[in-house]
Design a protein around this ligand. Structure first.
Ligand code: NDP
Ligand code: MG
Ligand code: MG
Length: 340
C-alpha cells in the first residue's frame, strides 16, 4: 500500500519562512487562505477588483492585484477556475515569478495538458484536496481535514516536496492523510472519476432510473424520492463503512436485488464505455474539446445546461425540497452565498 503521511511526518518550518499568495478566493481559495493563516502561515490573497476581493478583505486578508501579490511572495497557489488560469498566468503571474519561487495548483489540468508551461527555474507542485472547498474549510474548523494528493512536477530548490507537504498540513489535510501522486495521475483520475462515476455517471444513472419509472406511469414524486433523494442516504453509508456497511444497513431484499440486478445495469458493456472515456482523457481528446469549447464562449455547455435544468426531475425536486427545509444543509447555504 502507498505511504499515507500525517502531521507527525511533516515539517512546518520550510513553509513558515515563506510568504504565500493564494490567487483566487472562490471555493478552494477561501478555504486554503483561511486554513493556512490559522495554521500559522503568512498568507496574502491575489485578486482582481470584485466580489471576492470584498469577501477576502472582510475575512481580514491583505488583498493585492495578482501581479503585485506574486511579486512579493515566494509560493503562489493558483486557485482560479481552470479555464481562466492560462490568461491570468501569462499576464500577471509569469512576469513576476523569480528564480527559486514555487508555483502551485490544486488540479493538474493546465500543467499536464501544456496550457501553462512554467519557467524552468521555479518549483512546481500540486496539493489537490479530495473534496469541495467548502468542506476543506468546514472540516478544518471542526478539527478535521479533507485528504489531499500532492505531487512535484519540477524541483529546482531541492525542497519542493517538503514545501508541498507543509502546505498540505496548513490546509488541514495532514489530519486526514496526504498521499503522493503525479500531475498525470491526478489529472487523469480526477477527470475520469468526475465523468464516469461522480458527476456524469451518477447523474445519468439517477436520470435513467427516474425516467424508467415515470415512463412506466409511476408518480414523478415517488420516482424522485426513490432515484435521487435516497442516493445520499445510501452514499453516506458507503462513505462511513464501504459497500459492506451499506449492505448491512439495507434490507436483505435490497441486498439480494443489489447482487442480482446491479450488474444487469452496469455491466461489461458499461465498462467498455468507461474505458473509452478514460482513453479520451489519456489522449488529451477530452481536454482539447473543453479548451476549444471555452475559446468559442461555451456554446454547447450553455445549451446543454439550459436543457438539463428543464428536466422533470429538477422541477419536481425543487417543489419537494421546499417542503423539506431540513434538507438545506450548510453547504447549500454557503453555495448560495458564493453565488451572490
Ligand atoms: P472558483 O470558481 O470557486 O474560483 C473563483 C475565484 O477565482 C474567485 O475568487 C474569482 O474572483 C477568481 N477569478 C476568476 N477569474 C479571475 C481573474 N481573471 N482574475 C482574478 N481572479 C479571478 O474555483 P475553484 O475553487 O472551484 O477551483 C480552483 C482550483 O481548484 C481549480 O484548479 C480546480 O480544479 C481546483 N479544485 C477545485 C475543487 C472544488 O472544490 N471546487 C476541488 C479540488 C480542486 P471574482 O469574484 O472576482 O470572480
Ligand atoms: Mg475535477
Ligand atoms: Mg427501498
Amino acid at each position: 500500500m502507498s505511504k499515507v503521511l500525517y502531521e507527525k511526518d511533516i515539517q512546518k518550518e520550510v513553509l513558515q519562512a515563506k510568504k504565500i499568495t493564494v490567487v483566487g478566493y472562490g471555493s478552494q481559495g477561501h478555504a486554503h487562505a483561511l486554513n493556512l493563516r490559522e495554521s500559522g502561515y503568512d498568507v496574502t490573497v491575489g485578486l482582481r477588483p470584485g466580489k471576492s476581493q470584498q469577501k477576502a478583505e472582510d475575512d481580514g486578508f491583505e488583498v493585492l492585484p495578482v501581479a503585485e501579490a506574486v511579486k512579493q511572495s515566494e509560493v503562489v497557489m493558483v486557485l482560479l477556475p481552470d479555464e481562466h488560469q492560462t490568461k491570468v498566468y501569462e499576464e500577471s503571474i509569469k512576469p513576476n515569478l523569480e528564480a527559486g519561487n514555487a508555483i502551485a495548483f490544486a488540479h493538474g489540468f493546465n500543467i499536464h495538458f501544456s496550457q501553462i508551461v512554467p519557467p524552468s527555474d521555479v518549483d512546481v507542485f500540486m496539493v489537490a484536496p479530495k473534496g469541495p472547498g467548502h468542506l476543506v474549510r468546514r472540516t478544518y474548523e471542526e478539527g478535521g481535514g479533507v485528504p489531499s494528493l500532492y505531487a512535484v512536477y519540477q524541483d529546482v530548490t531541492g525542497n519542493a516536496k517538503e514545501v508541498a507537504l507543509a502546505y498540505s498540513q496548513g490546509i488541514g489535510s495532514a489530519r486526514a492523510g496526504v498521499l503522493e501522486t503525479s500531475f498525470q495521475e491526478e489529472t487523469e483520475t480526477d477527470l475520469f472519476g468526475e465523468q464516469a462515476v461522480l458527476c456524469g455517471g451518477l447523474s445519468s444513472l439517477v436520470k435513467a432510473g427516474f425516467e424508467t419509472l415515470t415512463d412506466a406511469g409511476y408518480q414523478p414524486e415517488v420516482a424522485y424520492f426513490e432515484c435521487l433523494h435516497e442516493v445520499k442516504l445510501i452514499v453516506d453509508l458507503m462513505y462511513e463503512g464501504g459497500l459492506e456497511n451499506m449492505r448491512y444497513s439495507v434490507s436483505d431484499t435490497a441486498q439480494w436485488g443489489d447482487f442480482v440486478s446491479g450488474k444487469r445495469v452496469i455491466n461489461d458493456e458499461t465498462k467498455e464505455r468507461m474505458k473509452e472515456v478514460l482513453k479520451d482523457v489519456q489522449t488529451g481528446e477530452f481536454a482539447k474539446g473543453w479548451i476549444l469549447e471555452n475559446q468559442a464562449n461555451r456554446p454547447q455547455f450553455n445549451a446543454i445546461n439550459a436543457l438539463e435544468s428543464n428536466h422533470q426531475i429538477e422541477q419536481v425536486g425543487k417543489e419537494l425540497r421546499e417542503l423539506m427545509p431540513f434538507v438545506k444543509q450548510p453547504l447549500q447555504k454557503e453555495q448560495k452565498d458564493k453565488q451572490k
